[in-house]
Each structure stands twice: as C-alpha cells, then as structure tokens.
Design a protein around this ligand. Structure first.
Ligand code: ADP
Ligand code: MG
Length: 682
C-alpha cells in the first residue's frame, strides 16, 4: 500500500494534471456513498486509469478486489500495463489483467482489469461477485453484449430499474478544443471496397504530413489487414519525401508509422503511447479501439475512413457476420474529438457529405441488438434466468433474436424442449467458444479424439493465420505455399489444413522460421498454441465428471473428424445448387459460393454437400473454411433445424411448462410427424 500512496497528480504529456484529478476526493466519497454510481467525463480525462487507483488508495482493496471491465481485450491489457507502471507495481502482481485465454493475475492482485466476458464467467461461478469490493463497468455507453448481461445479471430486477430511473451521476467536467472537420470527395455512397478507402487515407495522411504544422496523426481504419496494408504503403511513400523541399513545417523531419489493432504484440503497443523523438511526427493507424478505449496524447490530426468492422447478425444468412460498415454520425464526432484534447485540431473525413447524409446512421446500434444471442442466452439460463424474453435487459434485443438463440441452443442440445439447460448445456457454457464449435469439441472428446478438434477450435479462435502480402509477386509465392499446406492435409478440407498447420508448426524445430517460410503469422500460431492448452485444461476438468459422455466409432479417422465437425456445424451445411453455387440447408436457403481462399475453390465441381465455418458477404455471399461431407452424416441432424416451431419455443421460454402441457405438446408433434411420414409415402 505504501507504494501507491503518492499524492502527486498523474500527468499527461503536456504536464497538466488530468481533469479527473481535481475531483478525486469527491469522486471517492460518491463511490462510498452510493451502491451504484454512473461516472461520465470526456474521453481521456482519466476514468479508466485513475479511478481504480483512487479507490485503491482510499482502501477499497482491503475489502476485496477492484475490478474494471473493458469491452475489448487489447484495452484491458494496455490499460493494466499502464496502471501497473504508474503505481510502480509489477504487472500480474498487485495490478493484473484477465482476458479470454490470457490470465495475468495472481493471488496478490488487487486491481484487476478484464474483459466484460471474463467478468460474466465469474458471475456464473459466483453470482454475488464476493471477491470484489467494487466493480467498475467501463465503456457502458457502448452497451457491449457482455457488459449489458453482467449488469443485468448482477443487479436484481427491481434494483436495476431503480438504477436506471434515479442513479446518481458524477460528471467530471472537461474542456475540449475546437476541431475543424472537412469532408473529402473520394468516398461516396457507392464505396464498399476497402482498397479504395485505404489508398485514400494513405494519400490524405501523407498530405497532412507534408502540408500541416507539427502534431501527431491518428488514422482510423477497420482491421488488421487494412492497417498493415496502409502502413506498408505509408512506409514506402514516406521514404520518398525530401524533407528539405517537400514539407511545409521545417521542424518536421520524419514520420514514425505505428499500427494499432487488437491482436498486436504488446511490446509494439507500448511505443504508441510514447512521445515521438524530436522532429519526428507520429502517425498511428488504428482500429476503432483508439476512438474511446485508448487515448494517445499529442494527436492533432484525425483521418477518418468512415468505416468500422462490426459483428452483425445477418438474418438473411442466419449468422453473425463480421462486416465492414459505415460508422454512425456520433461515432464520427467521437473520432474527430480525439484531435482536440489539448489544443485545437483538425479532422479529415475522406468521405463526402452525401455519404454522411445517406450512409451513416445517427447512432451506433448496441451490440446486444445486432448479434447472435446464443451464448448469452445459455449463460443466462445457467445463471437461473428462465424467462429470457422478459428479462430486464438494458437494451432489449429484438424478440426474434432471442427466439433464434433458443432455437439454436435447442438444436445443439444445450436446452431441452422446456427451455431447461441440459447436461450438455452445462458442459457447453464452460467453453469460451461459439456453441457450435463447443459442440464439435465435446463430440470429439466423447469419441476420444479431442486431439483433432482442440487445435482446430484454437485455430478458429485466433485471428488471421495466413499472411497476405500486398505485393503481387509475393502474394503469388504465399498462395503457392498455402496451397502446398492444404495438399499436405489431403487438399480438400480447410479444417484439416488448420489442424495440419498447427501440428506441423508445433513439431518443427524452429516454429517461427517454419511460419516465415510458409507465410503464416507466427504470432497467431503462438496464440493458437496457448488457446489450445487452455481449452484442453477446461476439457480435462470437465472429463473428470462421471457423467461426461462417452461414445465409440469404428470407421476411419478422417471420417470421424468430419462427423464430429458436423455435430457443431450442421447448421452451416449447404448442398450443391446451380453452377458454382450452393444452397444452405438452415431454412434460409441462401445461395452461397466457396471463397477463393478455400482449398475447395475451383474444385467444387465434384462436391455435393459441404459444411463451412463462416460467411463473408462482399459482392457475393461466400463461405470460408469449408469441408465436404456426406448427406448421411447430417441426415439425422438436419430435421432438428426445422423441428421446433419458434412460436412454441417462445411459449416455453416464457413460463415453466408443466409435465401435462409437455406431453400434450409432444403428442401433437408426434401426430404431425406421422402425418408428414404418411404424406411422404403417398
Ligand atoms: P478515460 O478512461 O477517461 O478515457 P484514460 O484513463 O484512458 O481516460 O486516460 C487518461 C490519460 O492516460 C490519457 O492522457 C492517456 O493518454 C494516458 N494513458 C493511458 N494509457 C496510457 C499508456 N499505456 N501509456 C501512456 N499514457 C497512457
Ligand atoms: Mg476509458
């Protein structure tokens, strides 16, 4: 404790104390005086990094941990590092973080940053969160799915509504400086291809660098691939600048280009916050993470692509799809505001006013209202919430999404017809994976071949394994390598390719060199190794249970592997249709095409049935990570997709159903099936 009781203010780079500092004692008082408290203040005023320290100093840690949630893992990690450094503690000791697949805490941890998903798992095990003296749910305005559920689950219904009605609000006054925004002309309502706007932001960034006065640049793009591409282009172009003639501000003598995205190595992340060397202008190319979660000092210029990558539920395809979509107007304002924290700034929007008017919604729709609720509904059910429809969500999702989740859980055998969690459901909720993938893992485990499925689950849980170089020649070489890897595993099964990459890399003498040679992201593989270990630990723990299912199979391994995948992916099955297209069997009957990155692409002529991991929508609807299956393997599973009537399930969801009602319903179902059968015969 002695270490942390320093009273000097935490300073930002311009050596003004952070706005929150002047409200320290009042803020601590307010937290002590109220059960629930809302704290608001400008981004960068010190809420995330300072408030937990104030509470720690005030003695909160004596009664339990101080927990702080973040919707995104990179924010949780970065902020914990920063706070440990400010408090002069070793990260992982007094100050730690926990994110999915990475726990950096110990018994001594008093201030714990974590993703909201991790807290949700803790709520499952200990609904009262008894280890904590205080929990700070950060970035609640974003209303990420897990935050909303944690909130809803940890507060009783009455309290929650009282909270929403009249909870005290602490406002940290802040000052912002004007930001002059301008619109571009390159991106209009028709723009969807990322190549266009990536090129444009690079062009604008270089213009700013050469024609504007000193001050750092922050560029907003949507994801790792784009960011790496933009950085490559920037490096290349920046090299050609002649600083004697080309730049307007003669104190500017160089450009430091830094990427910032979720799965970046942490040592690189640290650089982002450091002031650049004298005379050097810093240019950070970031995802939306830099809009609210992380504040970089010294930013004077914003370049806004106008797009963000977002998980959206696509009801046409019936799946969650990671899509690049236009940001909302409020998001655009938030992005611009990042240039005006310490002095006046400028924001260059590369899109035109027509794009602003026609394509950008006023506000961002909360995650809970736009993504699949399957995992959340299962979590709620395991928490003992039976009526998931009338549950007091902060932002109620559409009822049809809840129904779809119930239907999926029923299809995966996680709940029964009465909406009660099954034994399998209790096992499934333990895995931080999509329920389908969990189902495949459990199926494989029951056949004693988890060794095949755990690596696949791990590989599908990490980001982007394959390197896609920007240079066309190098791209050719990478493609060749990737094709060679695919043929090593038989050539016609993308899941098996993932497994084989995992195994080959792990057994190679120098895994990092192996990756380089094969154009594979070594970092991604390293995380896959770690994820696999953790999944294995969870599985080992569950297999101790006496009721863990055991089944046997006497066929070949290849078939068993694909059959196990089918147990989780029978919702993602498609049958050959006209030309090169396939038709999904989930009741939506969407036309899909095999993505060019698949080993099955251009070999699709002999295929009849396929199963896929995910969907990508561009000009066409593509399926990625594909493998051929036989109809026989899913024959018994497919009827499950249509068996339950959503309407029936909704009644089941609303109230506990009596035995009698259940029998009545089952009889009705049986009669219906018999009718269908006889109709078929006739
Ligand atoms: P808020 O949560 O209110 O948006 P933060 O607590 O995140 O604000 O940030 C407060 C200040 O701490 C900002 O000036 C930010 O630049 C600085 N800061 C946060 N993280 C780091 C870091 N890793 N390195 C350096 N400075 C940081
Ligand atoms: Mg914050």
């Amino acid at each position: 404790m002695s270490k942390s009781s320093r009273s000097e203010p935490k300073e930002s780079s311009d050596s003004e104390p952070l706005p929150i500092y002047h409200h320290k004692s009042k803020l601590v008082r307010a937290v002590k005086d109220s059960t629930f408290l809302v704290v608001t203040g400008e981004t960068g005023c010190g809420k995330t990094t300072q408030l937990p320290q104030y509470l720690h100093e005030a003695g909160f840690s004596k009664r339990g941990k101080i927990g702080v949630t973040q919707p995104r893992r990179v924010a949780a990690i970065t902020v914990a590092q920063r706070v440990a450094q400010e408090m002069r503690y070793t990260l992982g000791k007094e100050v730690g973080y926990q994110v999915r697949f990475d726990d950096c805490t110990s018994e001594d941890t008093q201030v714990k940053y974590m993703t909201d998903g991790c807290l949700l798992r803790e709520v499952l095990a200990d609904p009262g969160l008894s280890q904590y003296s205080v929990v700070i749910l950060d970035e609640v305005h974003e209303r990420s799915l897990n935050t909303v559920v944690v909130m809803s689950a940890t507060m009783e219904t009455e309290k929650l509504s009282a909270f929403l009605g009249n909870c005290p609000v602490f406002v940290i006054p802040g000052r912002t400086f004007p930001v002059k925004c301008s619109f571009g002309s390159a991106v209009g309502p028709k723009e969807t291809e990322s190549t266009g706007y990536v090129k444009e932001v690079v062009k604008v960034a270089l213009d700013v660098h050469t024609s504007e006065m000193s001050g750092d640049i922050l560029v907003f793009l949507t994801g790792q691939n784009e960011i790496e591409r933009a950085c490559d282009m920037l490096y290349e172009k920046a090299e050609t600048i002649d600083y004697r003639f080309d730049v307007h501000d003669q104190t500017v003598e160089g450009l430091l280009i830094l990427p910032l995205y979720g799965s970046m190595p942490t040592d690189q992340q640290r650089q982002i916050f450091q002031p650049p060397p004298r005379g050097i202008r810093k240019c950070v190319v970031a995802t939306n993470i830099a809009a609210t979660s992380l504040t970089i000092n010294g930013i004077k210029y914003i370049i806004d692509s106008g797009f963000v990558k977002q998980l959206n539920h696509n009801s046409r395809v019936g799946l969650d799809i990671l899509e690049v979509v236009p940001i909302s107007k409020s998001e655009a304002q938030q992005r611009a505001g990042r240039a005006g924290r310490t002095s006046a700034g400028k924001c260059f929007r590369i899109y035109n006013t027509e794009f602003w008017e026609k394509c950008m919604p006023e506000y961002t729709v909360p995650e809970i209202q736009r993504t699949s609720l399957t995992a959340v509904v299962l979590t709620l059910k395991c928490l003992g919430v039976h009526d998931v429809i009338r549950f007091p969500y902060l932002d109620s999702p559409e009822e049809r999404f809840i129904l779809e989740a119930l239907k999926q859980l029923y299809q995966f055998d996680a709940i029964d017809r009465r909406g009660k969690v099954t034994k399998l459901g209790e096992l499934m909720v333990e895995f931080p994976l999509h329920p389908g993938l969990t189902r495949a893992v459990l199926k494989a485990a029951s056949y004693g071949c988890a060794d095949l499925m755990l690596p696949v689950a791990a590989m599908l849980s990490v980001e982007n394994i394959f390197i896609r170089p920007g240079h066309p020649e190098k791209q050719k070489e990478a493609d060749q390598r990737h094709r060679a890897l695919a043929s090593k595993s038989g050539g016609m099964n993308d899941f098996a390719t993932l497994l084989s990459i995992f195994q080959l890399c792990r057994s190679s003498e120098k895994p990092s060199a192996w990756c380089k040679e094969n154009w594979i992201h070594w970092r991604a593989l390293k995380s896959a190794f770690s994820v696999e270990t953790q999944l294995r630990e969870i599985l080992n723990r569950l297999q101790q249970r006496s009721d863990f299912p055991v089944e046997s199979f006497n066929g070949n391994k290849n078939e068993l592997f694909r059959r196990c995948l089918c147990a989780g992916y029978f919702t993602n099955v498609a049958r050959r249709s006209i030309g090169k297209s396939f038709c999904t069997m989930d009741g939506h009957g969407s036309m899909v095409h095999i993505h060019p990155s698949s080993a099955l692409f251009e070999n699709e002529k002999d295929l009849d049935w396929v199963m896929f991991h995910d969907v990508l929508v561009t000009s066409k609807v593509y399926v990625r990570t594909v493998c051929p299956i036989r109809y026989g393997w899913v024959k018994d599973l497919l009827p499950k997709l249509h068996e339950v009537d959503v309407y029936e399930l909704s009644n089941v969801a609303r109230e506990e159903v009596t035995e009698e009602e259940m029998t009545k319903w089952e009889n009705k179902e049986a009669a219906k099936r018999q009718q269908e059968a006889s109709a078929e015969e006739a």
